[in-house]
Design a protein around this ligand. Sequence first.
Ligand code: SOE
Length: 389
Amino acid sequence: MADKKPLRVAMIGYGFMGAAHSQAWSVAPKFFDLPLRPELAVVVGRDAERAADVATRFGWESSATDWREVIRRDDIDLVDICAPGDTHAEIAIASLAAGKHVLCEKPLANSAQDAILMAEAAESALAAGVFAMVGFTYRRVPAISFARELVRSGRIGTLRRVQANYLQDWLVDENAPMTWRLDKTRAGSGSLGDIGAHAVDAVQFITGQTVSSVSGTLHTFVAERPLLGEGIGLGGTASDERGTVTVDDSALFTARLSDGALASFEATRFATGRKNAFRLEFSGSTGAVSFDLERMNELEFYDGTDAAGERGFRRILVTEPEHPYAAAWWPTGHGLGYEHAFSHQVRDLVLDIAAGRQPEPSFADGLQVQTVLEAIERSAASRSEWTTV
Ligand code: SOE
């Protein structure tokens, strides 16, 4: 690896995504033969002490508190944005203008308006060989990538029905404290943009179709929550003051896809007992595929062309060397985890940058998801009263 040209990375933000991205930048070069050598140059965060601790813990060469200064450094090639959605547009646009490649966590932005500005900035930067990618990482879970191969190769026939449910339950306790994810000015929306965005992107990625029309409902079950106590990290104990939740707790929406299939979506943080159940099912004229992130190494496949008495959903363990990304890791049957998709994301991004290719999903792809989310918000806002039975 020593002879490879370095790719010097600055990561902005150091929470859950900061940890996942740090691990990916360190691990990916160990399991994939990359044409550039990622170097963890600097981690940037508002709290100097915490940034220094993250640098030590995750192997960043240094830490800093001023992202504007960092993105101007000549020894930085790529900016990895792992901070809340309200920071994405300003940091990404400035970084691209400074000639830095950008990897930006999902959702791309908190509004379609910001996403348009980001997509325009990425388009301009492309001419100078500067690339941008949005981090819809689930595309790179082997079973989701394999589901795409099956659906796109016609193994389930004509797609008719899609069900996409992203189910979590970390807010079921009404005393779970306020975090930035519950503040519209920081997060843009609640379950809709945080996990609903994953569902929209995954459905479009797997089917190759886009969402053309939607009808949606957004709902907040718990309107006030305790504020976080001073100096306590995410998920710490709460103070006795309360704050107003300004985002949705649950999003329910139906959609038409561009080739006519009918889709139903749910994104919620109130699915009691479901911890991170991102469930996808695609039903076609001759078969079906079904996935659950809580069983992420498996894909269920129904082949309607099997002999009549032998048809049924078969459980495929997606750990064979023939499966996407699997050959780089462990022998068949040993399985991968949530974090591996982030290493796959680094692999694909570095390969694309070295080859001078636009990485996917692009900022234009991120903008398209944002327009779907805003259509759902418009639908939910315009919805006439429900039809009383
Ligand atoms: C929400 O809790 C969340 O952390 C999302 O923000 C991530 O994108 C998802 O991968 C896991 O759940």
